[in-house]
Design a protein around this ligand. Structure first.
Ligand code: F6R
Length: 267
């Protein structure tokens, strides 16, 4: 695991987007794992901008999203299908047939989960998985005590997650109670993981996720086992990290990161 601290949320999102764009240019047929939520909006904004200004090409890639709410149709403006259309898919040259999200309206949810897993396999697995972090330590919607070997399945959302997402539904009571999510095991099989965490309200949980003991109570700690996981945080989210200086030293000195140091950062 490597941790990169950026001065602010915008630069943190810029770096995550830069890594995605670089991998996409390197392999136009890449299979991307995508996330939703407030943190990711800025990442997609950068990708859309580079598509428009520099011709960043999405025409050959495939995408799999982490999750979708149970009971919301793909046309529901609050669904993750629509989130993705709004923030990315409708604004770049991706073929919608190459984008995949679980169907929250499936009659047989178990079958839907199995099919989703099979489809990911059919595409040769996920090359780069983008992840956000929930207040309760979830990645995807893998709530506390999700098994590290879990696969795509239906999960009940915790009161904390309902609270966290209440703003998108006009109140906690309107948030769907369940979601289909890739499992922790599914996520760990991605060839590379990119966890983006911003904001002071995530400082405590990101410190526990990155530096704390590995525990199923905090699903994101499973990423400590991943052979290639990059964690990008902004300064406010990094406030509780013990190893801040070491992480900063690595980022400033490792040649691998030369092209990712933004000259105008923080301006
Ligand atoms: C959404 C997802 C979640 C979010 C997390 C953070 O697809 O997988 O794990 O990434 O809840 O959400 P925000 O960015 O809204 O704080």
């Amino acid at each position: 695991m490597e941790v990169i601290i950026q001065p602010d949320g915008e630069t943190a999102a810029w770096l995550a987007a830069r890594i995605i764009a670089r991998e996409l240019r390197r392999d136009p047929y890449i299979t991307l794992g995508l996330a939703t939520g407030a943190t990711m909006e800025r990442v997609y904004r950068w990708l859309v901008q580079w598509h428009r200004e520099d011709g960043l090409d999405f025409s050959l890639c495939h995408t799999f999203n982490l999750d979708e709410y149970v009971g919301l149709s793909a046309n529901d403006p609050r669904s993750y299908h629509q989130y993705m259309n709004r923030h990315l898919f409708s604004q770049v040259n991706i073929d919608l047939r190459d984008t995949h999200l679980p169907d929250g309206m499936a009659v047989d949810l178990e079958m839907e989960c199995r099919n989703y897993e099979a489809l990911i396999k059919k595409f040769g697995g996920i090359d780069l998985q983008l992840l956000g972090l929930g207040q309760d330590g979830h990645i995807g919607f893998n709530e506390p005590l999700s098994a590290f070997q879990s696969r795509t399945r239906v999960k009940a959302l915790t009161p904390q997650t309902l609270e966290q997402n209440a703003r998108f539904f006009g109140g906690k009571e309107n948030v769907p109670r369940r979601a289909i999510t890739m499992g922790v095991g599914t996520i760990l099989e991605a060839r590379r993981c990119l966890l983006l965490v911003t904001g002071a309200e995530k400082a405590e949980i990101v410190a526990r996720a990155v530096e704390g003991p590995v525990t199923a109570m905090i699903s994101a700690t499973a990423l400590q086992w991943h052979p290639r996981c990059t964690v990008i945080v902004d300064e406010p989210a990094a406030a509780r990290l013990q190893g801040r200086e070491y992480y900063q030293w690595i980022f400033q000195n490792e040649p691998e990161w030369d092209e990712f140091r933004r000259k105008d950062a923080g301006r």
